[in-house]
Design a binder for this molecule. Structure first.
Ligand SMILES: NC(=O)c1ccc[n+]([C@@H]2O[C@H](COP(=O)([O-])OP(=O)(O)OC[C@H]3O[C@@H](n4cnc5c(N)ncnc54)[C@H](O)[C@@H]3O)[C@@H](O)[C@H]2O)c1
Length: 326
């Protein structure tokens, strides 16, 4: 049994905590920490045997906490991941590993100094059955080599006043990681185009269109639109030399009734990627139980994503094509 402590019990932390308590075989929620002590206590209270800690370091070093899941706000990740490495505890850190390239590099160096892997990064799309099917088909060669990848990432609403850079660091970062993973390729340069913004976006540049150049010569575009009103939707289409691969949500049902054809659209990312979150956690716990290497994203993947995000943010500011730092 892997006893997991969860730091940060907001939307994602509470979701992971419930999965660990209810669904994941071989795992138990050992405890929680959040600066919102009421929320930490509420989430711990729903799992038998779990307790809310008064201090994050106490959770990380507790004898009855075998591994730590970090789901607090982005700027806190580096401090908590480094503390987990200091305590020799495996850690699954929600994306991003750290908000800056320098922060990711410090984490990578600290893990390298230990000489063994302790870090997984929560790029859960790598576990989504739909993306796995696209990758399997692509690597089978049935559509030839990839040429272009079109991506769409839409949310119904976003927090008013959110910085435009967050559309890259918090939203497009999922596509950035999945493109590297899908194509087994690296991003070399980013350009960001700004169409006129939706009225609901206020002062935020939303939508925006990123164009990513890959080492192989593949071009990828990412439409990010976080005030799209109608629902949460993620699309991916790989244009190959001899055919097209399209990502389909695995459990979508089309209803034909009363002269219409309908498909429900989720309100946010949790229903769409429920299976990906479950598999991500189950595989992490299984790898810890069996002491096998995990399939999930590594600290190096977190660093590479941060480099592309950094280039994207610079490209947004200048309007110029920006190369990704080596
Ligand atoms: N993988 C995904 O699909 C996905 C989706 C959404 C969010 N995320 C990531 O998950 C993390 C949490 O996002 P969220 O949507 O749950 O946010 P949220 O605002 O709902 O929750 C964040 C929680 O962190 C707590 N917190 C803040 N500072 C803290 C500190 N110093 N110590 C402990 N707790 C602290 C807050 O009180 C809050 O409860 C973020 O890093 C975000 O980027 C990932």
């Amino acid at each position: 049994m892997i006893r997991v402590g969860v730091i940060g019990t907001g939307v994602m932390g509470a979701y992971h905590a419930h999965l660990l308590n209810d669904t994941i075989a071989g795992a138990a929620l050992a405890g929680t920490f959040d600066i919102d002590v009421g929320r930490a206590a509420e989430v711990a209270g729903q799992a038998p045997g779990a307790r809310a800690f008064a201090d994050p370091q106490e959770l990380i070093t507790a004898d009855d906490v075998d591994a730590v899941l970090i789901a607090s706000l982005d700027p806190t990740h580096e401090e908590f991941v480094l503390a987990c490495l200091g305590a020799g505890k495996p850690v699954l850190c929600e994306k991003p590993l750290a908000p800056t390239v320098e922060g990711c590099q410090r984490i990578l160096d600290a893990e390298a100094a230990l000489g063994h892997r302790l870090i997984n990064v929560g790029f859960m799309r790598r576990h989504d059955p739909g993306y796995v099917a696209v990758k399997t088909a692509l690597h089978s060669g049935e559509v030839g080599r990839p040429l272009i990848v079109h991506n769409v990432h839409r949310n119904p609403t976003n927090r008013p006043g959110i910085p435009s850079t967050m559309l890259i660091s918090g939203t497009a970062v999922h596509e950035i990681d999945i493109l590297r993973w899908l194509l087994t390729d690296e991003v070399t340069a980013v350009t960001v185009h700004r169409p006129r913004s939706a009225p609901a976006a206020g002062d935020t540049i939303d939508p925006m269109l990123l164009v990513l150049e890959m080492t192989s010569g593949v071009l990828a575009d990412i439409e990010v639109f976080t005030n799209a009103s109608y629902g949460y939707e993620v699309r991916c289409e790989v244009v190959g030399e001899t055919g097209i691969l399209t990502l389909d949500p695995r459990d979508a049902v089309t209803t034909r009734v009363a002269g219409t054809m309908q498909q429900a659209i989720p309100g946010d990312w949790r229903p769409r990627f429920a299976e990906a979150y479950r598999i991500e956690l189950q595989e992490w716990v299984h790898a810890l139980e069996t002491r096998q290497p995990s399939r999930g994203a590594t600290a190096a993947d977190g660093l590479m994503a941060a480099r592309v995000v950094e280039a994207g943010i610079a490209a947004l500011a200048t309007g110029a094509r920006t190369e990704v730092s080596a």
